[in-house]
Write a protein that binds this ligand. Structure first.
Ligand SMILES: [Fe+2]
Ligand SMILES: [Fe+2]
Length: 245
């Protein structure tokens, strides 16, 4: 079991958790309920798209001759994302009071990056090392603020899995830097610099409405900014310093 962020048990909502959430959601004001449904539907759609991301990453790993353990974990990660999509659609459905599920996923071939080592490394920095670390830390923060057991269990499960996905990305870029040498390390450096610029450019604002939604597992922009700052200072900057040295 992964303990990257201290999550030691695989959290799964029980039937009682779902029933309690349904009762609580029925008592919510309509505007709050709508905002929560929109959030969990959007999250579910993003998790659904992540299934395709890992399927494509598996192909990229094969194309660059990555070790079997990385390929195996990439396939496992795609299965995790199917579970995340299912859980997030279940939350959207429970809050909405009617079924909400996935639609056919549009695959834009132009968005698929190349299969050469440098392109795969650059994609892994953004989609894996940075985004998965942010996703894990956001889920951990959201779980701590959630009032319902069902929401907390979903966020803990996501936190646990995204931590493992981040670790997979880090293992891959370390392997790639070793076999790719100076050109790959230069591409890594540039990719982390771009991530830093992107994260620094995201503004945050305080919103009372958003803070009220945190009880339902939805982080405010202000809280997300704290997570991003943590990732910048404790993950990206030390890596950049290491790459320069
Ligand atoms: Fe996910
Ligand atoms: Fe993930």
């Amino acid at each position: 079991m992964n303990t990257f962020l201290g999550v030691t048990e695989l959290a799964v909502p029980t039937h009682d958790h779902w029933r309690a959430l349904k009762l609580r959601s029925e008592a919510l004001p309509e505007s709050a309920r709508r905002a929560i449904v929109e959030h969990w539907t959007r999250s579910a759609q993003m998790e659904h798209a992540s299934v395709a991301t890992f399927s494509y990453f598996s192909l990229q790993l094969l194309a660059v001759g990555a070790p079997p353990s990385l390929i195996e974990d990439a396939h496992r990660a795609a299965l995790d994302e199917i579970k995340h999509a299912e859980l997030c659609f279940s939350l959207a459905t429970t809050y909405a009071g009617h079924a909400i599920g996935p639609r056919p996923l549009a695959i834009d071939e132009r968005a698929l990056t190349g299969c050469d080592l440098q392109s795969v490394v650059v994609g892994s920095v953004e989609n894996g090392c940075v985004s998965e670390t942010i996703a894990a830390l956001e889920a951990e923060a959201a779980a701590a603020l959630a009032h319902d057991d069902a929401v907390r269990a979903v966020q803990l499960r996501i936190c646990d899995d995204e931590s493992r996905h981040a670790e997979l990305a880090w293992r891959f870029v370390r392997w790639a830097a070793k076999i790719g040498g100076a050109p790959v390390r230069a591409a890594l450096h540039a990719a982390f610099e771009r991530s830093l610029e992107r994260l620094e450019g995201v503004a945050s604002h305080e919103s009372t409405h958003e803070h009220r939604l945190e009880a339902h597992g939805i982080l405010s922009e202000h809280r997300k900014q704290t997570v991003r700052a943590e990732v910048m200072n404790e993950v990206i900057r030390p890596v950049l310093a290491e790459l320069v040295s």
